[in-house]
Design a protein. Sequence first.
Length: 513
Amino acid sequence: MDISDNNLTGEIPNAVGNCLSLELLSLMGNSFQGFVPSSFSSLKGLQILDLSLNNLSGQIPLFFQNLSSSLQYLNLSFNNFEGAVPTEGVFGNVSAFSILGNKKLCGGISELQLPKCPDKQKYFKKHQMPLYLKAVLGLILATIVLVTCVSVLLLMRRLKNETRSQEILHDHYDRVSFLDLHRATDGFSPGNSIGTGHFGSVFKAIIREGTETVAVKVLNMIDHKASKSFMAECEALRNVRHRNLMKILTACSTVDFQGNDFKALIFKFMPNGSLEKWLHPVRTDDERYLMENLSLSRRLNIAIDVASALDYLHNQCETPIVHCDLKPSNILLDEDMVAHVGDFGLAKFLQRKNSNSGTTDTTSSFSPRGTIGYIPPEYGVGVKPSTQGDMYSYGVLLLEMFTGRRPTDEEFEDGLDLHQFCKIALHKEVMKIIDPHVLEHEEEANDDHRDIHVNNSEIQRSTHHESGKTEECITSIIKVGVDCSMPSASERMGIKDALKELVAAKKLYESAR
């Protein structure tokens, strides 16, 4: 390779060292500057190297000595090299190299007649700094280096996240501005707030006149985990398509009016709110939550919707996804009371194992996260996220839906929890632990279905038959919840089997209507 006399500038590309079969390289007569790339040490077949008539500087690299088996001629003339000239390898034969025009060189073999290099020990002794000044200077330099490194790492991480965030948003969503969201939520006023989550608040809004109502999830950027949550939710939801999953309509990643980071996700508005408000209504909520209650049929449909979403995430996505925070407040209900799983801020991507033993996390570490009562026991001792972890949360959710009891209710103490409470009831009278509102709906439904012209004995037989089917259906549901929330991950029911059992329970219930 001969590219001499071409007025080339800058540093010599490090990639030249990748030319493993290079035998001759001439870069003479250019304006290259800086040091000789260390990658030149890989040029084991190099025979002739001419770097003369450039502006190269620094010491002559010692690795040239190690190329003695192949290097026949080395020309470093008329550069700005300084320091000691090596004496071994090609530098042991004065006719095999040239260093003319480098005025700051010293030492080398005697034939070069260069001045001797200064004795470093004598020089340092003469100019030695007091020990206390060395210590102070060392401490100052160490502090500067540490602060600089930390600052650079933080900046690089932020830039990386911002770049990744912008790429995702640009590729997949029509973005909206901070001003659009500020106007649509009346300055993010409490009056438009419809809920809060781990890393932010959710507001009801109509972004542009004539468009549908949306839910705007605004991340609390004071929390350093909020940005990671934003990325996790974008990553998890950008490629999933299922009727029982919340879908991102658009997103916003920018700065607010004060120049602070601002991130928000925009979803389709769910007019019937969260499952949490239906299971545990409070007086400050909409009156409909107090006036209406979920029937057995409706609760069973919601349970099947959530199970269908989990089956999709665990078994049908190209990369399995673990939700990590399944609970009633993250189940949203649309106008037809169809359930949609949302809030993927803690979601984890898994990689499939070669065996059929399940899935495993691709991350190297994991700290317990989620909501108390729904977190599987193994997460508390450092076990990584798994589909079995989601199954525990789903089991607790299922038991909560049909008993009306939270996993954190005060009645659960002295080792008793919702799982044990329901497991014991399975062997006694399961109907005694069911949410009274479910049974009220059943009595009303039975009254509506009875024919007033049927005689008393037929009514009794019909009622007994219907109540028997209902109890059998409820028992099956509670058993699924118990099997999914087993303390040991290996003993938990898988989502496919759970979904199959729930669909069978629904058919049994419908056959009695």
